[in-house]
Design a binder for this molecule. Structure first.
Ligand code: CA
Length: 256
C-alpha cells in the first residue's frame, strides 16, 4: 500500500493567530490535526505539543515496515496519552497556560497491511471519500464522532443535526487533551483500498461547510494540495471565523 498527502492550514479571517497544528509525515504513514484552545496563545502551545508527542511516540515505538496493526494501534494510543499528560503537566506548571487543551485526530497507514488506524479526541474530524465511478454518486463518510455537547444532544434525539450546527454551544467540547490525567480515546481500524481519499480537518472547515458541500471539492481532478487549498479558501469566503486546517491523504496501489 502506498499513499500521498497534502496539508493546508490558515488563520482564517477573524482570529489573531492560528491555534491549529498538523502533522504530515507520509514517509512514516502518520497524519494528524489538532485544534488548540486556551488564552494567551496557549492553544497554539497545546496543539503543537500534541502533534509533537504523537510523532515522537510513533517514531520511537512503531518505526519499521514490519510492525503489526496491533503494535501500531498501541503506539498511536500511547502517543495520544503521552500528549495528554504532557499538556496537563505544562498547564499545571505555567500559570498563563492553565486550562489549555486541544483536540487530536490522528490517522496512521501501514505499508504492509491494508488498514488505516484512527485515534480521536475532540471535534476535529476524519472522513473517507469514495469515488464510485461516473455512473454512481460519490460518498463521503464521517469516520469520527464529535466529542461535543451538541453531538450528545443529537444522539439523545433532543437536537437535529441542523439545530446542532447553529447552536450557540456548538463548539463546547465534552472531551479534549489536557483536561484530565487520563483521556478516553476513540480508536478505529478501517480496511482500505487504493483510491480511498481521507480528509482530516479542524472544525474551522466543517463549521462553515456541510458534508454534502464538501463533495465537489473532493471530487475535483486536481492535485491534493490544490483541493485542500480550495477547501480552505471556501471556508474563508464564507467568513473564515475560525482557524482552518485540511489534510488530504490518498491511498494508491503504487508509489507513483
Ligand atoms: Ca477550531
Amino acid at each position: 500500500m502506498h499513499w500521498n498527502a497534502a496539508a493546508v492550514t490558515d488563520t482564517g479571517r477573524r482570529r489573531p493567530g492560528n491555534e491549529d497544528a498538523y502533522l504530515l509525515r507520509p514517509e512514516v504513514g502518520l497524519f494528524a490535526v489538532a485544534d488548540g484552545m486556551g488564552g494567551h496563545a496557549a492553544g497554539e502551545v497545546a496543539s503543537g505539543m500534541a502533534v509533537e508527542a504523537l510523532e515522537r511516540e510513533w517514531l520511537e515505538t512503531a518505526a519499521g515496515p514490519a510492525r503489526s496493526a496491533e503494535a501500531a494501534q498501541r503506539a498511536l494510543l500511547g502517543g495520544v496519552q503521552a500528549a495528554n499528560r504532557e499538556i496537563l503537566s505544562r498547564a499545571a506548571a505555567e500559570s498563563e497556560k492553565a486550562g489549555m487543551g486541544t483536540t487530536l485526530t490522528a490517522l496512521a497507514l501501514l505499508p504492509a497491511e491494508p488498514h488505516a488506524l484512527i485515534a480521536h479526541v475532540g471535534d476535529s474530524r476524519a472522513y473517507r471519500f469514495l469515488r464510485l465511478g461516473d455512473a454512481r454518486p460519490s460518498k463521503l463518510t464521517q469516520l469520527t464522532s464529535d466529542h461535543t455537547w451538541v453531538q450528545e444532544q443529537v444522539q439523545a434525539g433532543i437536537l437535529t443535526p441542523a439545530q446542532a450546527r447553529r447552536h450557540p454551544y456548538s463548539s463546547l467540547l465534552t472531551r479534549a487533551l489536557g483536561i484530565e490525567p487520563e483521556v478516553e480515546v476513540d480508536q478505529l481500524r478501517i480496511d482500505i483500498a487504493p483510491g480511498d481519499l481521507f480528509l482530516l480537518c479542524s472544525d474551522g472547515l466543517t463549521g462553515m461547510i456541510e458534508d454534502r458541500e464538501l463533495l465537489p471539492f473532493l471530487e475535483r481532478d486536481r492535485p491534493l494540495e490544490e483541493r485542500a487549498r480550495q477547501l480552505v479558501d471556501e471556508a474563508n469566503l464564507r467568513g473564515g471565523p475560525d482557524n482552518v486546517t485540511v489534510l488530504l491523504i490518498r491511498v494508491t496501489a503504487d508509489s507513483g
